[in-house]
Design a protein around this ligand. Structure first.
Ligand code: ADP
Ligand code: MG
Length: 265
């Protein structure tokens, strides 16, 4: 039987994970069977694939104890299967609980044994603890990619995520640079990737097409399919698909990190 490619995309909140996940999922959908699992309590990973927000697993099982696959797996653009784990209300309970419950239920319903080529997890990685580590810790994902910009906090989070990946002995496949338009951005991210023992696997420029498609609840691939931006998401999806180089990252210490960053200022 063919092997399903199982990818987890980690990164700081607001850095552009969901935009990247939904766009590469849309790109893959042309030739592959794809499942996207949003593991961020924000629960908006799949919005641009489905055209609207879908109910989260935590919300669904609150209403219905015996939820079925049809209740929780919604088909979006290009027949991409979409799931949102969901999280508790802000300030109530562990934010990772949704992920734990979701993975358990999807497993029980046999979602992972279905005919799938690619599974993509969108994981909030400010903290690689508790539920957020589940896709990696419980062996649901085989390869990890980290999204960052050249900003201090984004790279700081990326370095922390590397610490988590190292602890879990995960395979880091590369760093995705989602540009904010800061000076020397690609150079900073390239050096960061080098420092942690990895590489930059793709560069996505800042583009107003991202917001324009977001407003319509569409991916860039769907709304501006012929654009350069769409091309770059497709190129990233190919680079990830073909990637065979994985490392257990070697994160920087706190002082080393500050020193690294200061060099560019
Ligand atoms: P995350 O999932 O990491 O929280 P999102 O993908 O939701 O981040 O992106 C956060 C915001 O940044 C969104 O409003 C999105 O439109 C915007 N954004 C992401 N990538 C880009 C880009 N390449 N160019 C312009 N805006 C972007
Ligand atoms: Mg998101």
């Amino acid at each position: 039987m063919k092997r399903t490619k199982r990818i987890a995309i980690y990164g700081k909140g607001g850095i552009g994970k969901s935009t990247i996940v939904s766009n590469i999922a849309a790109a893959y959908s042309k030739d592959h069977k794809v499942l996207v699992i949003g593991c961020d309590p924000k629960a908006d990973t799949t919005r641009t694939l489905v055209g609207k927000r879908i109910p989260t697993i935590l919300d669904i099982i609150k209403e219905k104890r015996e939820a079925s696959t049809e209740d929780i797996v919604i088909k979006g653009f290009g027949n991409v299967k979409c799931v949102e784990s969901g999280g508790p209300e802000p300030g109530v309970g562990c934010a990772g609980r949704g992920v734990i419950v979701a993975m358990g239920l999807l497993d029980k319903l046999g979602t992972f044994s279905e005919d799938l080529d690619i599974i993509i997890y969108d994981v909030l990685g400010d903290v690689v603890c508790g539920g957020f580590a589940v896709p990696l810790r419980e062996d649901f994902a085989d390869e990890v990619y980290i999204v960052t910009s050249g900003e201090y906090m984004a790279l700081y989070a990326a370095n922390n995520i590397c610490k988590g990946i190292k602890k879990l002995k995960g395979n880091l496949g590369g760093i995705i640079c989602n540009c904010r338009g800061i000076e020397n951005e690609i150079e900073i991210v390239t050096e960061f990737a080098d420092k942690v023992g990895s590489k930059v696997i793709g560069v996505i420029p800042r583009s107003e097409m991202v917001q324009k498609s977001e407003i319509d609840a569409k991916t860039v691939i769907e709304k501006f399919g012929d654009s350069k931006q769409a091309q770059l998401y497709k190129k990233l999806s190919e680079s990830i698909y073909l990637n065979e180089e994985f490392v257990i990252p070697d994160p920087m210490g706190v002082d080393e990190f500050d020193e690294f960053f200061r060099k560019f200022q």
